[in-house]
Design a protein around this ligand. Structure first.
Ligand SMILES: Cc1cc2nc3c(=O)[nH]c(=O)nc-3n(C[C@H](O)[C@H](O)[C@H](O)COP(=O)(O)O)c2cc1C
Length: 188
């Protein structure tokens, strides 16, 4: 059993990203993992100020909602970033969360985590998620996190105010939650 922290960087709790996230969580819970989902859309999380206070004191000087998320981050084994594609990259909410993890580092060493990326987008070209995936791969490698899976769901729509995501991506996310984390556990 792994502890999974899922960060949802969408602005709406009823959107395609949340649907993809919930399918992933259903799979992970079916496999017996413990999941904590955090919707960042109603949280106040500033970007890092770069003041370096955290490197001297061990804690972040900014007193916002990130303070409640640091303990959840510390206790998690797997970190899942769920984001809509906004202007060809991850949402600002996810980016701000990642910046603030600087406070969890010491001498550029970060707590070890396995990570996953779930994304939705209106477009569905072969290059749609290129920038986001490139950024995600770069960050995980630099921080020495281990990427264990991605689900990139293009072609979402809004019809009559309803956010619609293709069924095959919900199934893919469910299977990712159900199988991938357990497989990585067997390799531990
Ligand atoms: C501000 C904004 C920027 C967007 N930028 C892109 C984009 O660059 N490429 C794209 O394919 N879709 C883009 N979209 C569409 C969203 O990625 C898509 O609707 C996504 O599934 C929304 O997720 P949500 O329902 O969780 O909000 C954008 C939507 C918004 C609101």
């Amino acid at each position: 059993m792994k502890k999974i922290l899922v960060l949802v960087g969408s602005g709406t709790p009823r959107g395609s990203t949340m649907q993809l996230t919930d399918a992933f969580i259903a799979g992970a819970q079916e496999a017996g993992h413990q999941v904590k989902k955090v919707f960042l859309g109603n949280k106040q999380i500033e970007g890092c100020r770069g003041c370096n206070f955290c490197q001297r004191s061990g804690s972040c000087v900014i007193k916002d909602d990130m303070q409640k998320l640091y303990p959840l981050f510390e206790e998690s084994d797997v970190l899942v970033f769920a984001s809509p594609l906004f202007f060809w990259t991850i949402s600002a909410r996810i980016k701000a969360f990642i910046e603030r993890l600087y406070a969890t580092s010491k001498d550029d060493k970060f707590p070890k985590k396995e990570t996953m990326l779930l994304m939705t987008a209106g477009d569905e070209n072969f290059w749609t998620f290129e920038q986001s995936v490139s950024y995600y791969r770069f960050v995980t490698q630099a921080i020495e996190w281990q990427n264990i899976g991605m689900c990139l769901a293009g072609g979402t729509k809004i019809e009559d105010g309803k956010h619609i995501i293709k069924e095959n991506y919900l199934e893919e996310a469910f299977q990712l939650g159900k199988n991938t984390i357990t497989r990585s556990e067997q390799n531990d």
